[in-house]
Design a protein around this ligand. Structure first.
Ligand code: CMP
Length: 139
């Protein structure tokens, strides 16, 4: 199992002023921040990042939303990072997320679910590289 994952705080959570609270939860959960930056994605950036969902009916809406305001991009380190972090943030739909998870507390809908998490070690590496160079990652 790899020890890195990629996350981003999504536009509605950044706009609501919840970035700091979410980052504190992530650190309190035992995840080390290797790199972090606030980014405004273009529509083309969002389309490229979510290319895996190109055929899904929500792709257009998702990429409009993700390019609609700044996000905070973060590379994280922890043992077993990918599965642990997915469990830590809660189910994709905030209404189905467990009490006390980031998505439960900060997500507002299936699409506007506050935070992203990589779904495999392979995708974690691809997603980290999308936002950061090797020299940006500081352990
Ligand atoms: P994320 O973990 O970033 O991965 C893909 C995103 O697409 C997901 O979080 C949601 O924001 C969004 N998403 C997933 N399923 C749906 C859906 N059925 N309708 C709208 N958006 C969705």
């Amino acid at each position: 199992m790899g020890n890195r994952t990629y996350t981003m705080i999504k536009p509605e959570a950044v706009a609501a002023g919840n970035s700091g609270k979410i980052i504190a939860r992530i650190e309190d959960g035992g995840y080390k921040i290797l790199a972090m930056r606030k980014v405004q994605l273009s529509k083309a950036d969002a389309e490229a990042f979510y290319a895996v969902h190109k055929e899904r009916p929500f792709y257009g809406e998702l990429t409009d939303y993700m390019s609609g305001g700044p996000i905070v991009a973060i590379a994280l380190e922890k043992d077993n990072a990918v599965p642990d972090f997915r469990q830590f943030i809660g189910a994709t739909n905030p209404q189905e997320a467990e009490e006390g998870t980031i998505r439960k507390d900060f997500g507002t809908s299936l699409q506007e679910n506050a935070i992203h998490a990589s779904d495999s070690d392979e995708n974690a590496e691809i997603e980290i590289k999308f936002f950061f160079s090797v020299r940006d990652l500081v352990g």
